[in-house]
Ligand binder design. Structure first.
Ligand SMILES: [Zn+2]
Length: 262
């Protein structure tokens, strides 16, 4: 059953509430869209909190970016949304947000490791870090374009995260998984670092992925199925900043004392 335009707008409003409640955006940040038909794209308005959207706030554009419905002004990031729909006919929704853990990795530009969590491998796969580009410009579409055929989740350097999906919920779930993955990776830095599953384990996950019909470039013949972490981008520090364990321990003791727990 195909959705009515009103139902599709309701879904985008619900995505906005979830993105805002989970602190994936601050103030008026973030934008998302839904390609409802080949030449009909619903998208969020500019300069408005995504946590309180009403259906009448959603703007409709055609595939050239021309506004064909709605009273608000369209998001300044509409170019990257339309570029994605042009390159990926199988993808019908795009979400861009600034979730804090993913954005921290995008700022530090440390490549996300492979072969750590099964859900990440199955539902996302590899997550590249795309070069910085000024938000709202054509440059954002230009830097993301080379990655679009192979990936569905991206970290945007010094900016945030971007996910694409077959519908808005699919794209939103990917954003949740990216953020959760980055949160867990950060926690591992406080412990002894992460461990990885084997390349044989990865092959089994890719087989599950194939059965689920989720595309992954590693399913192509002769593809690299290595668990090695991708090389850092040029200009990235070689090693992560060292954890100052005595300072962290002292801080934890101080907090516990202040709360009267020790
Ligand atoms: Zn942004």
């Amino acid at each position: 059953m195909s959705l009515t335009e009103w139902q599709a707008k309701e879904i985008l409003c619900e995505i906005g509430r979830r993105v805002w409640v989970r602190n994936y955006v601050a103030a008026n940040e973030g934008n998302f869209s839904y390609r409802l038909a080949d030449d009909v794209v619903l998208c969020t308005p500019t300069l408005q909190s995504k946590g309180f959207l009403k259906t009448e706030d959603i703007v409709t554009v055609d595939m050239t970016g021309r506004k064909v419905g709605g009273i608000k002004e369209v998001t300044s990031e509409i170019r990257i949304h339309l570029e994605i729909y042009k390159q990926r006919n199988d993808m019908r929704a795009v979400i861009h947000a600034h979730p804090p853990f993913a954005t921290a990795f995008a700022v530090v530009k440390h490549p996300l490791p492979r072969c750590v969590l099964p859900e990440v491998e199955i539902f996302l796969g590899e997550i590249p870090i795309v070069d910085y580009a000024t938000p709202g410009t054509q440059e954002v579409a230009d830097v993301v374009r080379p990655f679009l055929s192979d990936f569905t989740a991206f970290l945007l350097a010094n900016h945030g995260a971007l996910t694409i999906g077959k519908d808005p919920e699919d794209a939103y779930f990917k954003m949740e998984i990216v953020e959760e993955y980055c949160r867990i990776l950060l926690y591992t830095r406080l412990l002894d670092g992460y461990t990885q599953i084997s390349e044989e384990n990865l092959s089994e996950l890719l087989e599950i992925k194939k059965q689920l019909g989720i595309p992954d470039r590693r399913l192509r013949p002769g593809a690299d199925r290595s668990c090695a972490t991708p090389a850092p981008a040029p200009g990235t520090p070689d090693t992560p900043p060292a954890i100052d364990r005595p300072a962290i321990d002292a801080l934890v003791r101080q907090i516990l004392r202040e709360k009267g727990l020790v």
